[in-house]
Design a protein. Structure first.
Lengths: 325, 339
């Protein structure tokens, strides 16, 4: 029926250039290619550089950097659609200068990332991976009761970055009887949780610090030595944001010296390398940057990407633009 | 008159103790059945004449060879060793069993009632921890945090990505037994946007959750099934083959109740045959033995019965045991009486 309608002429789907590491791709069967003509230089190198000159939309898959050199090859570029919540791999200053819009994963990952922060916290306080190893390695019948863990309820949780992930973390942990406070660039007028004006004050008034803010020049190493001292020797740090938000060298030293209670880390400064001092410790829980690696998150991400690209190609407001201030 | 404050001796955390200070109980014989919590042991030693059954090979016969049975007026047990008929018969002056647990399945309640022996447990204090662990096990199974921790520790991340896990938020959760612990689990799962339904002997008028009068129907309708009921003759093996099959190959079973709630042989074969999606277990039928077949499975999370094993809760439970004993021996009402 639609084909007979002259207004619904079958035009070619708009072209989107894919920008990715060779090792990093969307799984097959994704829905993007039914809406757009995806041009992937890794699987099919473009036959002429002229084609790149006409590209208006770039789909940036995963953490692949977008540098001024990337942008120089794409003079017609108007939008970069990112596939992650954090877009620290994209040169936002340069994009702003060239008037290129940038979108991120919006809230597609928020629930999974928040769930994962809670999972890591349980992992540390209730020592789930250590308990699992204890059973699997046959220590239970030999050594008897497993050492006690720590209670989650009534703990003071400080959230660094009360964006969409941080808000979901707060909602979950409040149900466990934790008290919530936060630090963000700005105090949120719609939020009743106590606000602290800097990370040190937040840490000084928290038992648990959950790191889920965006990585930028201001937040690099926001969890530094002073914050760790303020958190104290029974304090726990959970990082589901980005590795460089935490001064990893200091973190390792604090843990080794027993000046922090524990840590749950999904991200590291030099992934996939993890400080070897952490590998033998039972008061840390480690995971390979997978806080949002679920099929459900991936489905939601595709919805966000498709919505942003469709909005762009039809001159409508973008769904999840990144503020470039 | 000397008004200097009395120096505090030891770790006096329990506010109830102050109310009954002045009464000497150091001569009262209290038998602890097995090692439980160091702080409890210290408190018992401070306030009573403490005997340790494990110093006599955990054998009452052995204990009676070197001790007078009539010295024991109170027994402190737990879910490993409680107070069975033999123990109760061995101590003619036994007045109270104060269990360092919420579960009473290792106490012969009928015998206690017959002989007029009081029984107290430690309800409520451990509710939050057990409910927390239920959620922790769900996240452990769905988000594979134990497997991912292992993956990083053994250096596999450098070779390949870990792969996908399963989202928890928004899943449907079915709870078997909506008592204190079941209700606490429901409240927590709601914060993850989960829909909650439950099975219990009778519908709870206060609960806003969907009630099933049949456990098979509950298992069919939910993705995550949590066992949180008391262990009784009726609930022994309440999770049988039929329930497991109703839960299905994408379903997850969580047991924070008692091992005997689940037909473990059926659970193992369902997991091995892929008829069940995964399991998070804190309890087993023959603890501390865990079926060997489970030890190599990636879709299970295994914990060594740590339901309420946190420092904070263990201290609170110990305080409650002491308070119940103190109350009993100063003729005051028990704080948490069972009988």
């Amino acid at each position: 029926m639609a084909a007979e309608n002259p207004n619904f002429q079958n035009t070619d789907p708009p072209t989107v250039l894919v920008h990715r590491f060779p090792t990093f791709d969307f799984p097959p069967g994704n829905r993007l290619s039914t809406h757009f003509h995806l041009l992937d230089p890794i699987t099919s190198p473009p036959t002429s550089p002229v084609l790149l000159h006409s590209i208006r939309a770039l789909l940036c898959v995963g953490p692949v950097p977008v540098t001024p050199e990337t942008l120089n090859r794409l003079p017609s570029l108007q939008i970069i659609v990112g596939s992650s919540a954090g877009v620290d791999h994209i040169d936002l200053t340069e994009c702003r200068r060239r008037n290129i819009a940038v979108t991120n994963a919006g809230s597609a990952f928020s629930e999974d990332a928040a769930d994962y922060a809670v999972a890591l916290l349980f992992g540390v306080l209730r020592r789930l991976p250590a308990g699992d190893r204890y059973v699997r390695d046959g220590f239970w019948p030999v050594n008897g009761d497993f050492p006690l863990g720590f209670k989650l309820g009534a703990k003071r949780v400080g959230i660094l970055g009360l964006g969409s992930i941080g808000s979901e973390v707060a909602k979950r942990l409040a149900a466990f009887g934790c008290s919530i406070a936060y630090f963000s660039r700005k105090k949120k007028t719609s939020v009743l949780f106590p606000y602290y004006e800097n990370a040190i004050d937040l840490a000084a008034n928290s038992d648990i610090l959950i790191v889920c803010c965006a990585l930028n020049d201001e937040t690099r190493h926001i969890v530094n030595k002073d914050v760790m001292v303020a958190l104290g020797k029974e304090g726990v740090i959970i990082n589901v944001g980005r590795g460089p938000l935490v001064d990893e060298k200091q973190l390792v030293e604090f843990l080794v010296r027993g000046e922090l209670g524990g840590a749950g880390l999904d991200v590291f400064e030099n992934e996939p390398n993890v400080p070897k001092e952490l590998l033998e410790r039972d008061n840390v829980v480690l995971s390979p940057h997978c806080s949002v690696a679920t099929p459900e998150s991936f489905e939601a991400l595709q919805d966000v990407i498709i919505a942003n690209l469709k909005a762009f190609f039809s001159n409508k407001p973008l769904l999840s633009p990144v503020q470039k201030d | 008159m000397n008004h200097q404050p009395t120096p505090q001796t030891g770790k006096e955390k329990n506010p109830n103790l102050k109310k009954i200070s002045g009464i000497t109980m150091e001569s009262i014989g209290v038998l602890m059945t097995c090692p439980m919590h160091k702080y409890l042991e210290q408190q018992l030693e401070t306030h009573f004449n403490l005997f340790r059954l494990w110093h006599c090979n955990s054998s009452i016969t052995e204990f009676l060879k070197t001790h007078q049975g009539n010295t024991i007026r109170a027994v402190v047990g737990d879910t490993n060793i409680g107070a069975d008929a033999e123990l109760i018969a061995s101590f003619p002056n036994l007045e109270i069993v104060a269990s360092y647990s919420v579960g009473l399945d290792k106490i012969d309640l009928r015998k206690c009632e017959e002989k007029g022996i009081r029984v107290a447990n430690t309800p409520d204090v451990l509710t939050d921890d057990v409910a927390d662990l239920a959620i922790g096990l769900i996240l452990g199974v769905l988000r594979r945090i134990c497997a991912s921790d292992e993956y990083v520790r053994i250096g596999k991340w450098k070779d390949a990505d870990f792969g996908l896990a399963t989202k928890f938020s928004g899943k449907s959760v079915g709870i078997v037994g909506l008592g204190r612990i079941g209700t606490a689990i429901a409240k927590r799962a709601e914060a993850f946007g989960c829909s909650i339904s439950y099975f219990s002997r009778s519908q709870k008028p206060f609960a806003n959750y969907k009630f099933y009068s049949n456990i098979i129907d509950l298992a069919t309708s939910c993705q995550i099934l949590i066992v949180a009921c008391a262990l009784t003759e009726e609930t022994h093996h309440i999770i049988d083959r039929e329930v497991i099959d109703a839960l299905g190959p994408k379903g997850i079973l969580i047991n924070i109740g008692r091992g005997a709630h689940v037909d473990e042989t059926e659970l193992v074969s369902a997991l091995l045959e892929g008829r069940l999606g995964g399991a998070g277990l804190d309890v087993y039928e023959n603890e501390p033995e865990v079926p060997e077949e489970l030890l190599g499975l990636g879709n299970v999370v295994l914990q060594p019965h740590v339901g309420s094993d946190t420092v904070e809760t263990s201290d609170a439970m110990a305080d409650l045991v002491i308070s119940n004993l103190m109350a009993h021996f100063s003729n005051k009402p028990l704080l948490t009486p069972v009988i």
